[in-house]
Structures are given as structure tokens and as C-alpha cells.
Design a protein around this ligand. Structure first.
Ligand code: F0G
Length: 357
């Protein structure tokens, strides 16, 4: 079988990119859509998990970044800049390097997961830590890109949304039809905007008969779209979505309303519990921000809001290895420590609770 060619080449005729423009790709997209039996049973529906941690830099950002860097490189750009809670910086750094561009990233000091920070550094980004939150970083980046010859590759860049919409295409392609409900975490609100664009375009092109209801979930301490006003000091352990003033605010509200969907919030405890459930019952390891979608689905089911037998796709946005510390704490918050044994099969068997044959 031919190798998957990345989202620009796989979906070029559905994207805003010329036929001759060479794609800057690391083979992103084509991620697994996993039927989650345990989760399905728990919520009384047919649940499929779109595992975006399987992208080259281990988050969904690569779909948008391949497009943004492809277009920036084709315009002759030399440098790109972005604000990030971590994943965008990792992705921008990798794709910029692949294209021979330089990258600069601004991140909130002390509030990005180590896996993400190490990716940005490894790929040679110029990394600035800002004494402020993500929203402050984005404001700074906008100013810099207006005043200096550097391209902004945050999701306010329409090329990012254009690339990210391909995840919606893949879900419909894999299921053979659109789901009834699509669930995802919401931070800066680029991704909910992108998925809604993708699902809507498939309907308009006759490639899907319907579009799903969009259900987005924010963390309680960073839930401006739920509250209806910006949050000055967003707080959540899910640092990926620690955002108080989403750039794609109106588009997110439009996606919610046009689809007949909802944007609600989940607590950090609900996020961590969904994170644990996914890894321990489905075999899917995600970062906490990604688990907000699953937490929201579980909460909705408890509230009786999940129609019985509905087909539901749930995006988990980033890999668990990005921010692995959360797996090493038990439900009660205590540290998980392995039991130490001598080099002796009998002792190991006793510790493992193995029966005599
Ligand atoms: N999940 C993860 C793992 C993320 O990294 C992000 C956003 C989101 C969900 C929310 O997506 O912003 O499109 O609503 N991360 C950005 C970053 C802000 O800088 O990496 P969104």
C-alpha cells in the first residue's frame, strides 16, 4: 500500500492551496479512529475516539501547521512566530525546521509541560518565556508579526484552520457517514472552528448527508465561552487549555449554535478522572487537556443528555507522553511507586499474586 502522504497531499483538492505548491509535511493526519467499547457502554452510545496524539509531534496542531508552513514557505517567508501553551510551539518548531525557516515561540513562564518545551528546543525554536499567560503571549505575537517580517502561525492564521479541518474529513471518511455528535476540548477555539468548517464543507460538497452537533468542553477555571466573558487569570491543571480569551470566540459560538451544540465546562477532577479512565480501560494515553472532551461526554451522559445509540466521535488532542506526570499519581493524589523485588522468581511471583501452576 502507498504511504499516507500527509493532509495537504491527501486532501489538496479540498484545501486552499495551489496544485503546484510543494507540501511541507512530516506525514501528519491519517490518525486512528478507535472504537471505544468501554466508553460506549458507559454512555449508552457508539463512541469513536480520534487519537490525535498519533501525529508527528504528538498533537493535532500538525494538521494546521503543515498548511501554515507550506503556505508561508511558498510565499518566501523566512521566519514564523507563535504564542503557545506548548503544542503549537512544538509543531511550529518542527515544521519550520523541515522547511528551513526559523521559528520563535512565546510561552507562559512555568505553565507549559516539559515534553512540549523539550520539543520546541530540540527543533531549534527561539523560545521566550513570558511573565504572563497564553493570552498575553498571543497579544505580544500579534504585535511582533505586525511590526516585523515574521509570519504568525497561531490559529488566527486561516491556513491553520484550513489544515485542521481535515480531521473532520477523516472521521466521515472512516465512519462512512457523519457522526451525530462530535466532542472536543476547547481552548483558543481554533479547533472547534476548524472541525465545524470541515463537517459543513463535506455536507455542502455532498460528501456527508448531515453535520454533527458540536459539543465543546473547557476547564472550569478557564471557561470564558461558558461564562460569556473573558477570564483574566485562567487556571487549570490542563495547561494546554489554560486560556482566558479565545481568539476564535465568535467562530466557536457560531459552531455551537449552527450545529445545535453546546459548550460547557468540566472540573480538573473530572478531567483527571477521564484521563485515568481512557488510559486504564481503553489503552489510550492522552494529556490532561485532551481528556476534557471525554470528561465532558461522561458528564453529559450522567445528566441524561446523550441520546441512546448515538454515533459519537471524540477528539483527544495530544499524547499522554507530552505531560506524563499525571499518570504517576493515583486517584487519591498519592504517588504511584513500583514495588522493588530481588532477582528472584518466587518473590516476583508472590508480589504479582501469581498462583502456582
Ligand atoms: N488540546 C490540546 C492538547 C491543545 O494543545 C489545545 C490548544 C487544545 C486542546 C485546544 O485547542 O485552542 O484550538 O481550542 N493548544 C494551543 C497551543 C493553545 O498553544 O498549543 P484550541
Amino acid at each position: 500500500r502507498p504511504q499516507w502522504r500527509g493532509v495537504v497531499n491527501e486532501y489538496r483538492d479540498l484545501l486552499d492551496v495551489g496544485a503546484e505548491v510543494p507540501a511541507v509535511t512530516l506525514g501528519e493526519g491519517g490518525t486512528p479512529l478507535i472504537h471505544a467499547e468501554g466508553l460506549s457502554e458507559r454512555v449508552g452510545a457508539e463512541v469513536h475516539v480520534k487519537y490525535e496524539g498519533m501525529n508527528p509531534t504528538a498533537s493535532f496542531k500538525d494538521r494546521g501547521m503543515t498548511m501554515a508552513i507550506t503556505k508561508a514557505a511558498s510565499r518566501g517567508a523566512k521566519a514564523v512566530i507563535c504564542a503557545s501553551t506548548g503544542n503549537t510551539s512544538a509543531s511550529a518548531a518542527a515544521y519550520a525546521t523541515k522547511a528551513g525557516l526559523t521559528s520563535a515561540v512565546l510561552v507562559p513562564a512555568g505553565k507549559i509541560a516539559m515534553g512540549k518545551m523539550s520539543q520546541a528546543v530540540a527543533h531549534g525554536a527561539q523560545l521566550l518565556e513570558v511573565d504572563g499567560n497564553f493570552d498575553d503571549c498571543l497579544t505580544l505575537c500579534r504585535k511582533l508579526s505586525e511590526a516585523y517580517p515574521v509570519d504568525l502561525v497561531n490559529s488566527v492564521n486561516p491556513d491553520r484552520i484550513e489544515g485542521q479541518k481535515t480531521a473532520a474529513f477523516e472521521i466521515v471518511d472512516a465512519l462512512g457517514h457523519a457522526p451525530d455528535i462530535h466532542v472536543l476540548p476547547v481552548g483558543n477555539a481554533g479547533n472547534i472552528t476548524a472541525y465545524w468548517k470541515g463537517f459543513s464543507e463535506y455536507v455542502r460538497k455532498g460528501l456527508a448527508q448531515s453535520a454533527p452537533m458540536m459539543w465543546g468542553f473547557q476547564a472550569v477555571g478557564a471557561a470564558p465561552l461558558v461564562l460569556g466573558h473573558p477570564v483574566d487569570e485562567p487556571e487549570t491543571i490542563a495547561t494546554a487549555i489554560r486560556i482566558g480569551n479565545p481568539a476564535s470566540w465568535e467562530q466557536a459560538i457560531a459552531a455551537r449554535d449552527e450545529s445545535g451544540g453546546r459548550i460547557e465546562s468540566v472540573t480538573d477532577e473530572e478531567i483527571l478522572s477521564a484521563h485515568r479512565l481512557l488510559s486504564s480501560t481503553e489503552g489510550i494515553f492522552v494529556e490532561p487537556g485532551s481528556a476534557a472532551s471525554v470528561a465532558g461526554l461522561l458528564k453529559s451522559a450522567e445528566a441524561g443528555l446523550v441520546p441512546s445509540g448515538a454515533v459519537i466521535s471524540v477528539t483527544v488532542t495530544g499524547h499522554g507522553l507530552k505531560d506524563p506526570q499525571w499518570a504517576l499519581q493515583a486517584a487519591d493524589g498519592s504517588a504511584v511507586t513500583p514495588t522493588r523485588v530481588p532477582i528472584d522468581a518466587v518473590s516476583a511471583a508472590r508480589e504479582l499474586g501469581l498462583e502456582d501452576a
